[in-house]
Structures are given as structure tokens and as C-alpha cells.
Design a protein around this ligand. Structure first.
Ligand code: NAD
Ligand code: DAU
Length: 351
């Protein structure tokens, strides 16, 4: 008999790769994708599986507790993969309340619905909360985030995700709700909304527009190809130990400026431009408020205990990413018309 599995945020960047992987790999799961289709949610991301017999899309908002409970009562989910979130740091600085509502209240609504629906019948049930390395704060030049690193979130986004992580663990300890968590580093790859550094830069380079680099471009991020993250999520969902947290990372640190240099070289080649053309578009702009200096994940636990590690090296990943955006220009055009222009103006014109 097929199991109903809920994936929240499945129309977003990471969610769409997780939904596609699960729909294709697990014909015995009926995948229900719950997504509010905010600016970041896009059903075009799911065209390849939208007619699959084991897939259903439900449009709905996780901040509505009654609605979430009705959905659980209807489908009696066996498992939940919770990815829905407000995910962009800059938007959280401009407007924190949406982050509090979706990331904290929305998560508690899902936890409550799981708890009330499952009651004492917990065999085979699993609530998987997908989170970020930003909850650990900012590193100096050395060291890595491990699962034991104390939380020190520093933006409204990371504080809201940290809060949701604490609540998920509180439901494990207090109510014995069967939970598992993971905290991942920066993802890149196809289908990422062009408010985030890499797709924003690809789009601007293609259109000969300035590439805005915050501060001096010295901040460091640890980049992981999104399909490797989806594979890790599959592994943690099926094999992760209940109550545990797994850090997921790319072991792939770059300063923003070095990363943009690599991207410019790849773009010049793909667009048949003279070497050095795109680098001229780099423009240093006012820094992000409270900009975390460095993130770097120690992913030893998931490697040793669950046998997961990244499959793709960065040069291959970045080429695949650029190819995808250049082959999907209509996708980019559709989402950058309309409200994206207002966002871009507010975010960058005054920098
Ligand atoms: P995204 O912004 O691309 O997608 C978020 C999705 O959630 C969208 O489809 C949106 O419509 C949906 N959503 C937002 N508010 C909702 C609500 N109230 N009700 C229902 N749906 C709602 O985000 P992403 O980059 O795919 O991130 C997914 C998850 O992974 C998030 O929880 C994020 O914190 C986490 N994460 C992201 C990264 C990264 O680099 N992108 C890294 C680590 C962890
Ligand atoms: O670490 C995981 C996190 O990675 C996720 O939890 C977040 O959801 C995701 O958005 C991402 O957060 P970052 O803030 O690191 O990603 P972003 O792409 O916004 O920025 C990457 C770096 O590039 C960061 O140091 C800020 C810088 N930047 C970003 C933008 C949008 C620029 O220099 N210029 C820009 O225009």
C-alpha cells in the first residue's frame, strides 16, 4: 500500500529537486507537495513530474494552523519533509515579520498537526526538518561548524530558522515526536531564484548588467550542488537516527569575489565573449547589515554514519549550473518580469 508523504516548499529551489527525486525514486510513496507559491515558489520547476500518478500539488499556507491540521487529517501522512520557508537573508533584513510567521509559526503548525494526528501511533512516522548552517553564526578564519557548535544566529532569517530548530527538538524531548534535522551550507544549481548570489550574477552577466558584490567580497561560503543536497535529504529521511541532527556541506569554500571570478570566466566561454569581459561588470556595493564572514561545515558525521558525501566537484557543478540557466532563458524571463524589478530596485539602487 502506498504511503502519503508530505513535502512542504516543494515548488521552491531545493524543494523541487527533492520532490522530483522522491517522485521518481519511490513509486510507492504518494508525494503531496504543499506550497503557498510565494514569489519564490514556481510550478514550472515541477513540469517533469506534474502528471506522475504518485504526485499531488496542494496550494496552501503553513501559517494557517486549521488548514494544516485538515490536510493532515485528510492524508494521514506517514512522513513529513519540511522545507517551506522564507529563505533570503536580505529580505529578512527588510521585513522580518514574514520570516517569523512562516519559519517559526508555520513550523509549529506542522509539528502540532503531526503530533495530534499521530498520537501514540508513532511506528514508522518521521518529521524531518530541513535547516541551515546559518544558525551557527559566523566563523573566523579557521574552524568548522559541527553538530555540537552552539547556536548564534545573527540575521532575522537565521534567528527564525534557529527558533524553528529549537522547537522541533523541543517536540522530540517533550512529546516524543519522531523528528530528525539537518543543517546545510549554501546550495547552488538549477532553479534557484535570482535574488541569491549565483543566479543573480549569471542573469546580470548575460544581460551586461553590474554584478553587485557586498563589501569587499571577502566573505566565505561553503557551496554544495543542490542535487547533492537532495541526495543527502533522501539519506537522512530514510536512514537518519531519530532525534539526531546531521550537518551537510560541500567541503568547498570560496570567497565571494573568487567565486564570481570563476563564474565570469565560465560565462565568457559559454557566451563566446573575449576572456576578461564579464569581470569588468563587478561592482562593489554597500555591505549587507550584520554580514556573516564565513560559513564552513564539518560533514564528518553524515559521511561516517550515513555514508553520504558530495558527488560533484565545483568546476563541474558550476558549468552544469551555467548551462541550465543559459538553456532556460524563458524560466528566468518569467520570474524576473513584474515584482522582481521592484525588489531589485529597492535592494540595489540605493547601495
Ligand atoms: P526557496 O525560497 O527557494 O523556496 C521556499 C519555498 O517555500 C517556496 O516554494 C515558497 O513558495 C514556499 N513557502 C514560503 N512560505 C510558505 C508558506 N507560508 N506556506 C507554504 N509554503 C511557503 O527556498 P530554498 O532555498 O529552496 O530553501 C528550502 C529550505 O532549505 C529552507 O527551509 C531553507 O531555510 C533551507 N536551506 C536553504 C539553503 C540554500 O542555500 N538555499 C541552504 C540550507 C538550508
Ligand atoms: O548557508 C545557507 C544559506 O545560504 C541558506 O540558509 C539561505 O537560505 C541562502 O539564501 C544562503 O544564504 P546567503 O546569505 O549565504 O546567500 P546569498 O546568495 O544571499 O549570498 C551569498 C553571499 O554573497 C553572501 O556573502 C552575500 C553575498 N552577496 C549576495 C548577493 C545577493 C553579494 O555579495 N551580492 C549580492 O547581490
Amino acid at each position: 500500500m502506498s504511503k502519503n508523504i508530505l513535502i512542504t516548499g516543494g515548488a521552491g529551489f531545493i524543494g523541487c529537486h527533492v520532490v522530483q527525486l522522491f517522485v521518481n525514486k519511490y513509486p510507492d510513496y504518494n508525494i503531496v507537495n504543499l506550497d503557498a507559491l510565494t514569489y519564490a515558489g514556481n510550478l514550472e520547476n515541477l513540469r517533469s513530474i506534474e502528471n506522475a500518478p504518485n504526485y499531488e500539488f496542494v496550494k496552501g499556507d503553513i501559517t494557517n494552523g486549521d488548514f494544516v491540521q485538515e490536510l493532515f487529517s485528510k492524508y494521514q501522512f506517514e512522513g513529513v519533509l519540511h522545507l517551506a520557508a522564507e529563505s533570503h537573508v536580505d529580505r529578512s533584513i527588510a521585513n522580518p515579520m514574514e520570516f517569523i510567521m512562516t519559519n517559526i509559526v508555520g513550523t509549529v503548525n506542522l509539528l502540532n498537526a503531526a503530533r495530534h494526528t499521530w498520537g501514540d501511533n508513532l511506528k514508522g512516522k518521521r518529521f524531518y526538518h530541513i535547516s541551515t548552517d546559518e544558525v551557527y553564526g559566523s566563523l573566523g578564519e579557521t574552524g568548522f561548524f559541527t553538530e555540537e557548535t552552539a547556536y548564534d544566529p545573527r540575521s532575522p532569517y537565521s534567528a527564525s530558522k534557529a527558533s524553528s530548530d529549537h522547537l522541533v527538538r523541543a517536540y522530540w524531548h517533550t512529546y516524543k515526536l519522531p523528528v530528525v534535522l539537518s543543517n546545510c551550507s549554501n546550495n547552488y544549481g538549477p532553479n534557484q531564484f535570482p535574488e541569491k548570489l549565483i543566479p543573480l550574477a549569471i542573469n546580470n552577466i548575460e544581460n551586461n548588467r553590474p554584478i553587485p558584490i557586498y563589501g569587499k567580497g571577502e566573505n566565505i561560503r561553503d557551496w554544495l550542488f543542490v542535487i547533492d543536497h537532495a541526495r543527502a535529504i533522501d539519506t537522512v529521511f530514510h536512514d537518519g537516527k531519530l532525534g539526531e541532527t546531521y550537518n551537510i556541506g560541500g567541503n568547498n569554500e570560496w570567497t565571494n569575489i573568487d567565486l564570481i571570478h570563476v563564474l565570469c570566466d565560465v560565462m565568457d566561454k559559454k557566451l563566446n565573449r573575449e576572456e576578461g569581459t564579464s569581470i569588468k561588470l563587478i561592482t562593489f556595493v554597500k555591505d549587507r547589515a550584520g554580514h556573516d564572514m564565513r560559513y564552513a561545515i564539518d560533514a564528518t558525521k553524515i559521511k561516517n554514519e550515513l555514508n553520504w558525501e558530495p558527488s560533484l566537484q565545483f568546476p563541474e557543478g558550476i558549468e552544469k549550473t551555467v548551462d541550465w540557466y543559459l538553456n532556460n532563458k524563458q524560466w528566468m524571463e518569467n520570474i524576473t518580469s513584474g515584482s522582481y524589478q521592484d525588489y531589485y530596485q529597492k535592494q540595489y539602487d540605493e547601495r
